[in-house]
Every structure is written in structure tokens, then in C-alpha cells.
Design a binder for this molecule. Structure first.
Ligand code: GTP
Ligand code: MG
Length: 512
């Protein structure tokens, strides 16, 4: 199916025939208008039409957008804070179902659409997947019942505008999950309580562990751990099962670097039925639960502190042409306004900000944490690749081909030793680049956290080592201590995460 067909198929509340024409009284007029709008949306990726599920044809993410009242051009962002939440966890734990249920509970998806999805899911012999279909909008995802691309949707609570990033759980799509997690402020780790499913996800090689370790490295500092499928007959809201999962997860989360008391909160839910999501689960269903429901917990969670007055940094995740060059990304530091002069790094091209879009709205000014599309003058689309950084001119982001890092080796492939000459794929903010470990400098004793005296030639799984890393092309990185979001990374080989690390130093010649 091509993208236009998919959009037509997903039109939430229209009565279209198979040619995509709308059969309402004033059909002709609407037909032209909608077609124009779709073409416009497809070109610029900034959907403004109401009542439609919006898929971007560019980039790794797909957008699921809600009915929206059009805002006047150049509005100021409201005072509500904005948080990006990534849903992570083992395949089939229920991430997309929960994302879909949130959109349903917040009134963004109507009963008719649900009925349509129920029928489509049934036709594909995937009856129980209808809620997940709200987030899983691609044909491949619907047929297989797994998420491939990160789904993106928006909803609001009293205090917060949330962007949901629905990551894939399948191990083949970990790079997409990394891209989703690298845009997130907080994470919802979804665990299936169903008999056998928690166990498979938690086992070595299961994605529960890998996702937690990746999320921590990628800067997801707070986690809500939702124990899902509590309604399932093998669970039936059992307190024993919930406690068992919590007691096994706590030591693991601690060993992955989370302060469990401060940064982690557990809660039971049923994503499919929608229990303990918008309102607290009834006592008749779950007498032992005295905590909050999911949306209350999300509302209360503290996001990371970002400096609105710091030097501007926005790693670019994608770019396209639309009346100039438009770049997409999340602001990690500083603020941006229409008319600003900035520089695209590492190629050092000075640009002017023509327009700033936040979600679907054109805004005059945007601060840290926002997901933006920024229209630039002074640069061609072909001169930008994802991984470049839109940066302040006065304090530009360092561009390097080499840096020093402290690595934690997670799991080496069988028989592999980690030594100088080791090659891997480096994932740092939105950069994906082949790298080589050119020198091992020190091994750190995990107990004392001090460097070992002995010269280090190679290390094995679980070692902590300081090393020098090289890449062929210039990339933008920051020292972890200054900008954690641009200073932490993962190394992957043959589809597996072998190490997580942080940038400890960059050669002085490249420092700004
Ligand atoms: P990936 O995207 O492939 O990683 O999977 P996912 O985590 O998004 O899971 P998805 O939402 O696609 O759901 C997988 C299956 O679990 C579907 O059959 C859902 O109906 C089922 N499921 C999800 N949540 C619940 C729940 O709360 N209760 C029950 N009984 N089933 C659920
Ligand atoms: Mg999914």
C-alpha cells in the first residue's frame, strides 16, 4: 500500500469510498480541500487537518495525530510543560495497546474507529490487537501484530502536554527503539504479567533487560514500570504475581543505574480493558491497590531539568524540503525563535530560522524539551544528514572524529574479546556511525570505581574501561558531564548492544 492509500484507509471518521472521495452532501468541495491538504501534509509532514491519523513518509517515526482546533499562526506555547514519554519493553508486552488506549480514553479515537479496527484485526486473525492498531498504522505491523517504526502521538493532562513514543519491542528493531528512547524524557517500561511472558521478557536475551539498559544510557532518567495484562486469566489481578514481578525487577533496575526509590514507580494496569489508566482501578477488581492510576502517575512525574538559557542544541533526526529546508529534532538545551541565526554542525553552515513548528503549531519561540520542526534558510536539504546538530553560533557544539569514553561492556559476542581494533556501530543522540576502539587506556575496578594499576590490553563482558574511540566522519558530541543527552551512547555489533558508555573527554583542538 502506498502512503496516500494508507492515509485514506486510516481516515478516522470519514465516509470515503475506495477512490478516496468523500461521500457527503458537499462531497466535491471537501474532496478537493482534503486532497490538497493531504498533499500538503505529505510534503511538509506538518498535519493540520482534523480527524485524521497522520503518517509521515519521511523518517523512522510515524505520527498518529488527533483532532485539533487550528491555532492562529505564530502562537505562543501555553504554559503547560511538555514531556516525551517512550513506551519500552519486551515484544507483545502491550505497549501499542496502552498507547492506543490512552488516545481512546482521552477522546481522540471514537467508537466507530474502534469497531473498524476490531473488524480489520479479526480479518487478519489478530482479534485482540485492535487497540494496538491505533498506534500500529502500517500494513506490515498490522499483519504481523508487531510494531516496527516508533509510533508518535500526543495527549494532554491537567498539567502536561505529552508526546508518546511507542517503541518496537522486537529484537530486530532495537535501532528504532534506540531512536525513540533518545528523544524521550521519561520511560514507561511495560511488563506482561501473563504466565510465562514476564519470564521470557526478563530472561537473558529478552528485551526487558536490554531496553532498560539502553533507556538509562540514552538519558531516560525516570521510569514508570507498568505491570500489564493484569486482567488476563492467568493473572486475574493477583497481588502475588505483581509482587513477584516487582521483587525481581527492583534489583535489576538498581544494577542498571536507576535509583529505585527516587526514579522508579510500579503500578498494575490492563491496557486492553483500560483499567487503572484514567481512573484508579475499582476495589471490587483489585482490592489491594492503593496507588495512583497511570495518567495520575504520568502527571506527577518530574521531567529532567534543561536550561532554557543554555547554548542552543538540537540534534537533527530528519530533514525534508518544504519552502526551504525543514529539520526535525528535540531541543536538548537553549531556546530558539524565528529570525535566529544558528549553525548546522559539523559542516559549519550558518543558517537563519524562518519558522518554528511545535507538534502541529507554528510558534514564535520554543524552549528545551520540545520536539520541533524548524524551517531554515541558507542550507540545502542534501547538505544535512540525521545526526547533525543545529547549534548556537557563539557556543557551537564540538565536532570530532575522536573522543575519550568510559564504557561498560554488557555482553560480547561469543569468543569476542574487546581490545584495540574492535569495531562497532556507535549510536549517540541521533548519530549512527561505524567506530573503532583505537586504544584501551584504563580498566576501572567496579568495586572501588578506581582505575586498576595494570596496563589493559583487552577486557571481557562486564568490564568497565576507559578508551579512545574513532569515527571516519565528523560527528557532534559533548562531554557527558556538560550535556548528558549528547554525551551518552551505545555500541552495537551484529544487532546486539555490546556496550553502553559516556563521553569523558574530547580532544582540546575541537573544543569550542
Ligand atoms: P511490539 O510492538 O511488537 O513490541 O508489541 P507491543 O508491546 O506493542 O504489544 P501489543 O500492544 O501489540 O499487544 C500484544 C498482544 O498483547 C495483543 O494481543 C494485545 O491484545 C495483548 N494485550 C496487550 N495489553 C493487554 C492487556 O492488558 N490484557 C490482555 N489480556 N492482553 C493484552
Ligand atoms: Mg507495539
Amino acid at each position: 500500500m502506498d502512503i496516500e492509500e494508507e492515509i485514506r484507509a486510516l481516515q478516522l471518521d470519514s465516509a470515503e469510498d475506495s477512490n478516496g472521495t468523500i461521500s457527503t452532501e458537499d462531497g466535491l468541495h471537501q474532496q478537493v480541500e482534503v486532497a490538497d491538504k493531504m498533499e500538503e501534509d505529505l510534503k511538509c509532514g506538518i498535519g493540520e487537518s482534523s480527524q485524521q491519523v497522520h503518517i509521515e513518509d519521511k523518517g523512522k517515526d510515524k505520527e498518529v495525530s488527533a483532532p485539533e482546533v487550528e491555532e492562529p499562526e505564530g502562537m505562543e506555547l501555553d504554559k503547560k510543560r511538555h514531556l516525551n514519554v517512550v513506551f519500552i519493553g519486551h515484544v507483545d508486552s502491550g505497549k501499542s495497546t496502552i498507547g492506543g488506549q490512552i488516545l481512546f480514553l482521552s477522546g481522540q479515537v471514537d467508537d466507530r474507529t474502534i469497531q473498524k479496527y476490531e473488524k480489520e484485526a479479526k480479518d487478519k486473525s489478530r482479534e485482540s490487537w485492535y487497540m494496538a492498531y491505533i498506534m500500529d498504522t502500517n500494513e506490515e505491523e498490522r499483519v504481523k501484530g508487531i510494531t516496527v517504526e516508533v509510533g508518535r502521538a500526543h495527549f494532554e493532562t491537567e498539567t502536561t502536554r505529552f508526546t508518546i513514543l511507542d517503541a518496537p519491542g522486537h529484537k530486530s528493531y532495537v535501532p528504532n527503539m534506540i531512536s525513540g528512547a533518545s528523544q524521550a524524557d521519561i520511560g514507561v517500561l511495560v511488563i506482561s504479567a501473563r504466565k510465562g511472558e514476564f519470564e521470557t521478557g526478563y530472561e537473558k536475551g529478552g528485551q526487558t533487560r536490554e531496553h532498560v539498559q539502553l533507556a538509562k544510557t540514552l538519558g531516560v532518567s525516570k521510569l514508570l514500570v507498568v505491570v500489564n495484562k493484569m486482567d488476563e486469566p492467568t493473572v486475574n489481578w493477583s497481588k502475588e504475581r505483581y509482587d513477584e514481578i516487582e521483587s525481581k525487577m527492583v534489583p535489576f533496575l538498581r544494577s542498571s543505574g536507576y535509583n529505585v526509590k527516587k526514579d522508579v514507580q510500579f503500578l498494575p494496569i490492563s491496557g486492553l480493558i483500560g483499567s487503572n489508566m484514567k481512573t484508579v482501578v475499582e476495589k471490587s477488581v483489585c482490592p489491594w491497590w492503593n496507588g495512583p492510576c497511570l495518567l495520575e502517575a504520568l502527571d506527577a512525574i518530574e521531567g529532567p531539568l534543561r536550561d532554557p538559557n543554555g547554548p542552543f542544541r538540537m540534534p537533527i533526526i530528519d530533514r525534508f524540503k518544504d519552502m526551504g529546508t525543514v529539520v526535525m529534532g528535540k531541543v536538548e538545551s537553549g531556546s530558539v525563535s524565528e529570525g535566529d541565526s544558528l549553525v548546522v554542525m559539523p559542516n559549519k553552515v550558518q543558517v537563519k530560522v524562518v519558522a518554528v513548528y511545535c507538534d502541529k503549531d507554528k510558534v514564535r519561540h520554543a524552549g528545551p524539551g520540545e520536539n520541533l520542526r524548524v524551517r531554515l534558510a541558507g542550507i540545502e536539504e542534501e547538505d544535512i544528514i540525521s545526526g547533525f546538530v543545529l547549534s548556537s553560533i557563539a557556543k557551537s557544539v564540538p565536532a570530532v572524529t575522536e573522543f575519550f569514553a568510559q564504557l561498560q561492556i554488557l555482553e560480547l559476542l561469543e569468543n569476542a574479546i574487546f581490545t584495540a581494533g574492535y569495531k562497532a556501530i556507535l549510536h549517540i543522540h541521533s548519530v549512527v556511525e561505524e567506530c573503532e576502539i583505537v586504544e584501551l587506556l584504563q580498566e576501572i575496578d567496579p568495586k572501588t570505581k578506581k582505575p586498576k594499576k595494570k596496563k589493559v590490553l583487552f577486557v571481557k563482558t562486564n568490564a568497565v574501561v576507559v578508551c579512545r574511540i574513532q569515527v571516519n566522519n565528523m560527528i557532534c558530541v559533548e562531554k557527558f558531564a556538560n550535556f548528558p543527552q549528547l554525551g551518552r551512547f551505545t555500541l552495537r555489533t551484529e544487532g546486539k548492544t555490546v556496550a553502553v558508555g559516556k563521553v569523558t573527554d574530547i580532544p582540546s583542538t575541537t573544543r569550542s
